[in-house]
Design a protein around this ligand. Sequence first.
Ligand code: SF4
Length: 222
Amino acid sequence: MDKSSKHSVTRDGESQGFYIETDCCLTCGQPIEIAPELFDWGEHACFLKRQPKTNAEIDRAIRAMWVSEADCIHYAGNDARILKRLGQAGMSYVADDPRAASFPYHARDCVTFTLPIVLIGPRTAEEIAEEFRVHERQRGRTVALPMLDHRTVFLSWYEHNFHSVSFQSEGDQTFSATVNLGFGMIGLAWVVDDWLKSKGATEIHWQASGNTDPDETLGTPI
Ligand code: SF4
């Protein structure tokens, strides 16, 4: 890796695709936690070990872009699907290709999913919401007691800034969860996504509420 270069390339010299601006590090370390197979610590900043190859690796690279504190992970490639994802997430500024900016913001606030069958029988949306409450409390987050609507979970990871997510049964152990739009929406969507994957949920489809176009669904929030 050329340490004097403004842009880091991967160790095997690939320069197309994802890259890191090397002169802006705040040592957030987030990419290494999210995608240790792709990122590692260099001398003055994290660096990209190699380009993502699988869809799951691309998902994690995009999440690392979203979470990096200095917006220092950029994309120099021309994969239209990645440019669309960045543009729709409001992140066209990290794409070198100006086509990313042509995609309007598209908030995927709703996820549908299927949970593995458990021996105790079918679960309700209220039970799913309570499982999520317990899990988030165990992770140290502030979770409000259930109010009138037991299907909605209010949680906060910073002071008393609560965000909400509402669960709904769609039948046959399929559920949906809708995250409240606004500040913190994508952060909470990632929390829900992590929880679903830790529970072995399948058929995870993120989409904008009311939009059933299969071309607009993703397996991750952005
Ligand atoms: S993502 Fe940016 S701020 Fe975070 S460790 Fe890597 S170079 Fe530093």
